[in-house]
Design a protein around this ligand. Structure first.
Ligand code: ZN
Length: 134
């Protein structure tokens, strides 16, 4: 069991870090214009509305770019992991930065992935696993 550094739960970010309890990846959406935004902001960057709400997304996306970490940053955590920008299916250039759960040699740009959650205390870390080719 790895021990990830827990994020601070704040009003804006809590939905993102706890949605996994219901199996949901929750991303902020503007109720005025429909724009998805991550990380969450206090106003929509498109229309400046403050009418924003965390909503469940499909959890599907693709690896846009990535790097493989080899530096042991934190004791007790396997230093070999893939840190990637996942472009969510809901909107172009809507990115979540996370880990991809596959061997470093197997990750590819454009690879379809699906969210999965790793719970630690009151946080559900959204991680991404490759989707098997149909
Ligand atoms: Zn908006």
């Amino acid at each position: 069991m790895s021990a990830r550094k827990l994020p601070l739960l704040e009003p804006l970010t809590e939905a993102f870090w706890t949605g996994g309890a219901q199996g949901e990846l929750r991303i902020q959406r503007c109720n005025a214009c429909g724009h998805w935004q991550h990380p969450p902001l206090v106003r929509c960057p498109k229309c400046h509305s403050a009418n924003l709400e965390a909503r469940a997304v499909s959890g599907r996306g693709m690896v846009k770019t990535w790097s493989v970490n080899a530096q042991p940053w934190q004791r007790g955590v396997d230093p070999t992991f893939i840190f990637a920008a996942i472009e969510l299916a809901e909107q172009p250039e809507l990115y979540v930065l996370s880990n991809v759960l596959c061997a470093p040699d197997d990750v590819r740009s454009g690879m379809p992935v699906q969210v999965t959650f790793e719970q630690q205390d009151d946080v559900w870390f959204p991680l991404f696993a490759p989707v098997a080719a149909a």
